[in-house]
Design a protein around this ligand. Sequence first.
Ligand SMILES: [Zn+2]
Length: 471
Amino acid sequence: MPAQAVQLFPIKNSDNAWRDEVFESLNNKIDQIIQQTDMVKIDDITGAIFQSKSDILGQLVLGLIKKNYSELLNQEYCDCPICGKRLKAWNKKVKRTIESFGGCLDLCRPYFYCKHCHEGFYPLDEALGLAPSSKQYDIQDVEAWLATELPFKTSAEAFKRCTGDTLSSDHMFETTNKIASHFDILDICPTKDEIEQKVNELSDGKFRRPIMMIAIDGAHAPTRPEPSSWKGKRGKGEWKEVKGFRTYLIDTDNIIHFISWHQVQNDKELGEALLTIKNAGLIPEDKVRLCAIGDGASWIWNRIREIFPGIKEILDFYHCSEYIHELADAQYCKGTRKAQEWVEATFVRLFHNQVTGVIRGINRMKPTSPEAKKKIKDVVRYLSNHREKVDYGAAKRGGYHIGSGAIESANKFIAHVRLKRSGAWWYISNANNILKLRCAKCNGTYDRIIQKYKKLDRKKVYAKFNLANSM
Ligand SMILES: [Zn+2]
């Protein structure tokens, strides 16, 4: 039974004492500001008001709480929401601080304790949906938003410059990790309906199904052993792979982005993530032409084939061309006309689906150096392993992407720009939390997960009173 529903009295509309209190506190504040500040320049005036804005707004908020919740502010008796026993409020109200962008205030409210259930509660907190922490959810949202873009210290500074309020970089760090730790891949993905709607819109009036690409790639992030102390030796740093994928539709020259998911993880975990989104219906296989693109890493293709057997596969053209160029440089010397001609002829043949002939030709080459010999062997193995993925001409004609630029840019944007900072060596769990939130931003689900976080966080405190779902 909701605690605030107990002992409800009609609101006295005629009672405007709260309004008088707001005006009185505002008057006092104005006097205080005038006494303390020489108001000569506009900067003096706005600066003085900006500094006091949290207090001024806080008093207004407090007034409105008094207006709407006078009965809960003065509640003397309450039934225990667990056992139903009649309880009397503690003699003294208990003070707590509330900080939000809408103001900062101290709230004194009745406290009830049930000796039988060993539980204490504040009906007013529950009615207001307060965050357990003094920093309310609007502040926590901005903390996490900033800290997923900037180093924690810079985030704290940006926060102070924009709001005038001080927050420590530790608080930024803790809030960001706390929020992100509530979520997993499906939370940060758009829903099945949202994806299908976009697929349907793109399909409308078209003869062929639209192309959905699944691009997979790895990047490197600086990590360190967990736990290691901030002071003294932190343990040896290690570069680990951030493995990720991106799904999107091709719309002529543009792409319609759906999902980015990047984590410091092994290929098995990436495979599980792919399977999760597949099982959740986020890859509408019957409505799209599905195509995977990636470089030559065997883990990519092993996982793709396990989860999407029969999918069209494309080897990233630029990755392939690097191999061809390196062989040409070794065999015919870098920058020579011969090298250039051979590269061009090889690409033409690959674009005409003549990979078997290309492999045969390379096999027949007489190596001009030990390095050329090695490159010949490498390229033959590489093309043989991926021979069914290099029919670039047909892929282009079909409208598929032959380059994995879309995932490489996602890697850079999601992982590199935040994780690769000088001196930053991340715990894997913290790096993954940042990545989750950055993916949510890319996927357009950031606001949604913040809403969900609010519900879950309140639930921890209020669930035992069966209230969280009513908030
Ligand atoms: Zn009880």
